[in-house]
Design a protein around this ligand. Structure first.
Ligand code: ADE
Ligand code: ZN
Length: 335
């Protein structure tokens, strides 16, 4: 089996995927035309050409501009179906999708419009592809905690449809401590908790996410490597990291994929997973993230299997769903 086929055959979960970040320029333009929205770019090609980022904020500015093409329930449905089609082709058996309601409600799109469209796609993906999925609501950390509370109030009308909450957007200057009260309420509501930390922000933000937000997984977390005591803790507590290698290169967190610390983290005993983050912007879906990382860091098949296992173990599904995936994974050769 060649490496690409092997990676595709690994039953895997995608745990760090912003559904708005899977909006390909072709769909962005088609939706903008259908909805009468004017985009800041003249063409699909000009849009792609603008995807040269210097840091997280330079990406976010474009990402929020592109999301303006999404207006109707059908738009969110088509967006998520396109993602599921790609994920299925890459051997994803389970996906936990992040969505950013504040990006849409701020523009006058109803919370329910977003949720209804995404949920319809999740239901359809189960039938059409056998993919299981969950929705995780992310709060935008550049906005206030009060804004987050207002969003949670809307989400509370639909709690059975939302599996967890996360924290994303501009990390520097917006530490997890800013949202301690909001996440306490989310925990009290029985929601699963994750947060972006240690992507651009310092290891101290990862510690805050653990201690103050009580996260079950860290999104990114690659800067944990700068604090040996923190690495030791993450290993001891087996806190999963949802690492996104191609994203980290595009956003200049590491200069090259060869210089990425994913293997170092894996060797240290951390529960590392591989994910795509915003695949339409960063040049690859989950399969491409696995393949490029495996080649750049010379990961063995046993290591790739370990990473896929980590993703299944770190997912928020019950054992009844997880066990058959693990059995399929165990049945794959390691050479
Ligand atoms: N929103 C979408 N992608 C993100 C990322 N990589 N970091 C923070 N916020 C995001
Ligand atoms: Zn992310």
């Amino acid at each position: 089996m060649d490496l690409e086929t092997y990676i595709r055959a690994l039953p895997k979960a995608e745990l760090h995927l912003h559904i708005e970040g899977s909006l390909e320029p072709e769909m962005m333009f088609a939706l903008a035309q259908r909805n009468g929205v004017t985009l800041p770019w003249s063409s699909v090609e000009a849009t792609r050409a603008a995807y040269a980022f210097s840091d997280l904020q330079s990406f976010l500015d474009l990402y929020y501009a592109g999301a303006a093409a999404l207006i109707h329930e059908q738009d969110f449905y088509e967006l998520a179906m396109a993602y599921f089609t790609r994920a299925h082709a890459d051997g994803v058996v389970h996906a936990e999708l992040f969505f950013d309601p504040q990006t849409h409600t701020e523009r006058g799109v109803a919370f329910e419009t977003v949720l209804d469209g995404l949920e319809r796609a999740c239901d359809e993906a189960r039938v059409q592809y056998g993919i299981s999925s969950r929705l995780i609501l992310c709060f935008l950390r550049h906005l206030s905690e009060d804004d987050g509370f207002a969003t949670l109030e809307q989400a509370m009308l639909h709690l059975s449809r939302i599996h967890g909450v996360g924290l994303d957007s501009s990390e520097k200057g917006h530490p997890p401590s800013k949202f301690a009260r909001l996440f306490k309420q989310c925990r009290d509501l029985g929601l699963h908790i994750v947060a972006h930390a240690g992507e651009e922000g310092p290891p101290a933000y990862i510690i805050e996410a653990l201690d103050l937000l009580k996260v079950e997984r860290i999104d990114h977390g690659v800067r944990a490597a700068e604090d040996p005591a923190l690495v030791e803790r993450l290993v001891r507590e087996q806190i999963p990291l949802t690492v996104c290698p191609l994203s980290n290169i595009k956003l200049c967190v590491f200069p090259t994929l060869q210089g990425h610390n994913l293997k170092q983290l894996l060797d240290a005993g951390l529960k590392v997973t591989i994910n795509s983050d915003d695949p339409a912007y960063f040049g690859g879906y989950i399969g491409q993230n696995f393949l490029a990382t495996a080649e750049a860091l010379h990961l063995s098949r046993a290591e790739l299997k370990r990473i896929a296992r980590n993703s299944l173990e770190a997912s928020f599904v019950g054992d009844a769903e997880r066990t058959p995936w693990l059995a399929r994974l165990d049945a794959l050769p390691e050479d």
